[in-house]
Design a protein around this ligand. Structure first.
Ligand code: NAP
Length: 537
């Protein structure tokens, strides 16, 4: 474990773990309330998931003008996004700008990995242990570690024997990777793979894509943001932000209340076509029942499959790329630039692992279905131990020394996604049990940060020392989250939302599917009732 302190450490009001979108705003907000805060960040700079995910083609699938903070009018007026969808370097620059503009860095320790956080019931304090440094002691422990921050590397047989470099998209080297003249293999066709593949195809001599499950992807229709569009957005920012916060998905997708099953096929196709042309998640807002009724979902899925057939020249390759095993949207839909078109290149091959299973990685490549694919480099776009990975990899102990990871053996249990029974004064931001990954993360993060900051202010103003979720409220919330998910098509996919991508991980649907609007209402009711469902002492 950790070094013992030579002198009693100073008592902080809050330790915040993680300096991504969530941790930075949390720091700013609590500091404004006069609290002493230290942010601990494993990376060497701000950014969180955007710091690590710097693979070629990395780009957000939410539009830049929406995937940004709304809490400072000056900031949103002065920052100039250059593209409709921001690429990783631009998001990184934006967050670095925020850190500098609000003088956040002086309270952030970079290159600092948290190993443990233990709660002491007698003093009502958290001791937060850091790798190679003295521990910190604080009243509140705030977990801003992100949902997609622990890369998942599959145990591919023979991987250690491969002679060339192996890179995971989630921990890409800061210096970049030069693939020119190389034969590159990519394993994984989720959002990361689908973004990286067209760019890698440009760079490599030959690209081989090893696909296990085909995925639905919609075109981003990305492009430069012109001055007039930006001017209009900025002129109407308050209204745009209000609408986003009041939308179930945390961004205004132009959702309708009409059901696809009530509309004739011709009209439905026309609506899908219009939204396809707009690009991005707009398609998901076309009808209210797309994630509720299999017939509605079949209609939109069929539309996307037809689009794939139109784009991909070789009919056999097109068939292999058609997603058929899950409802559209039940796995996070991907947003791409030229993904399916990439398979029309002569220097790109698709290996269908369902047809030709991956047998082994060898020193010189990958053997699948009896065929050797010679490679100089391998890219793993194989995803994350999502939602609970970062929370459980730290040894967190609450009252009576109980371990969070053990308590969550059968899946994460939270009240509102924010608190855990037995773990007083610990807040989880945008984690399991909250809408988080099913929404525009920045909107959800802002809601969580503001709720948490207000909660701490309430405790301090009223002389309370601790807040802790009640076991019964937590039980009811977990049941509610599960019931809501069961009413949708989401559980019909083997997705990371369910933990299905990590061998041995308990299958529990983790995010709250009810949408941000309902969720925020519930959080507000809880606060207005003096934090009902929590014990405040
Ligand atoms: P992912 O969606 O979990 O995809 C992982 C891919 O790796 C899947 O195709 C999976 O196949 C494959 N895979 C895993 N283990 C394998 C194995 N042993 N053999 C063969 N294939 C294997 O991960 P991701 O693409 O990194 O995306 C995760 C999430 O991050 C996204 O859903 C999204 O929320 C977020 N993200 C967002 C953006 C953006 O904003 N544009 C970009 C990247 C990521 P199976 O499906 O068969 O398991």
């Amino acid at each position: 474990m950790t070094n013992s302190p030579s002198t009693a450490p100073e008592l902080l009001d809050a330790v915040v773990v993680g300096a991504g979108f969530s941790g930075l705003y949390m720091l700013h907000k609590l500091r404004a309330q006069g609290l002493s805060v230290r942010v601990l960040e494993a990376g060497s700079d701000v950014g969180g998931t955007w710091y690590w995910n710097r693979y070629p083609g990395a780009r957000c699938d939410v539009e830049s003008v929406d995937y940004s903070y709304s809490w400072d009018e000056q900031l949103q007026q002065e920052w100039e996004w250059t593209e409709r969808y921001p690429a990783q370097p631009e998001i990184q620059r934006y967050l670095a700008h925020v850190a500098d503009r609000f003088d956040l860095r002086r309270d952030i320790s970079f290159d600092t990995r948290v190993t443990a956080a233990h709660y002491d019931e007698d003093t009502a304090r958290w001791t937060v242990h850091r790798e190679g440094r003295d521990p910190l002691v604080s009243r509140f422990c705030i977990r801003d570690t992100g949902c997609l921050s622990v890369p998942q590397t599959p145990r591919l047989p023979g991987l250690a024997d491969f002679r060339g470099p192996v890179h995971h998209t989630g921990t890409w080297p800061e210096s970049g990777v030069d693939f020119s003249g190389q034969r590159v293999g990519v394993v994984g066709t989720g959002s990361s793979g689908i973004q990286a593949i067209p760019v890698l195809a440009e760079q490599a001599r030959h690209l081989t894509v090893f696909q296990r499950t085909p995925n639905f992807s919609v075109p981003a229709m990305n492009g430069p943001l012109d001055a007039e569009t930006l001017r209009q957005v900025k002129a109407t920012y308050p209204e745009r932000r209000r609408k986003a916060r009041a939308s179930p998905s945390g961004v205004d997708r132009g959702d309708t209340e009409q059901n696809a099953v009530d509309v004739d096929e011709h009209e439905r196709r026309q609506e899908f076509e219009n939204r396809w042309g707009k690009g991005g998640f707009s398609l998901l807002g076309a009808y209210a029942d797309l994630m509720l009724d299999q017939r509605a979902n079949d209609a939109v899925a069929g539309f996307v499959r037809d689009k794939i057939r139109e784009v991909v020249d070789d009919p056999d390759t097109a068939e292999r790329l058609l997603p058929r095993d899950h409802p559209l949207g039940a796995k996070r839909i991907c947003v791409d630039t030229g993904y399916f078109e990439t398979y029309n290149r002569d220097d790109v091959s698709l290996v269908d692992l369902l047809e030709s299973p991956l047998e082994t990685v060898t020193a010189d490549g990958v053997r699948a279905g009896g065929t050797e694919h010679e490679l100089d480099a391998l890219v793993l776009a194989t995803g994350f131990d999502a939602m609970t990975g970062a929370l459980n990899r730290i040894d967190v102990r609450g009252r009576r020394g109980q371990q969070l990871a053990r308590r969550w053996d059968a899946g994460p249990r939270t009240y509102l996604g924010l608190g855990v029974a037995g773990f007083p004064n610990m807040f989880i931001l945008a984690g399991p049990g909250s809408p988080s990954v099913l929404t525009n993360m920045v909107t959800s993060i802002e809601q969580h940060v503001e709720w948490t900051a207000r909660c701490i202010e309430y405790l301090d103003t009223n002389g309370y020392r601790t807040i802790e979720a009640e076991a019964e409220a937590e039980r009811e919330w977990v049941a509610h989250v599960n019931e809501m998910a069961a009413e949708t098509l989401f559980p019909r996919a083997n997705s990371w939302y369910l933990g299905a991508n990590v061998p041995g991980k308990q299958r529990v649907f983790m995010p709250y599917v009810g949408g941000l609007t309902l969720y925020e209402q519930k959080c507000e009711e809880v606060a207005a009732a003096g934090y009902s469902g929590f014990v405040v002492k």
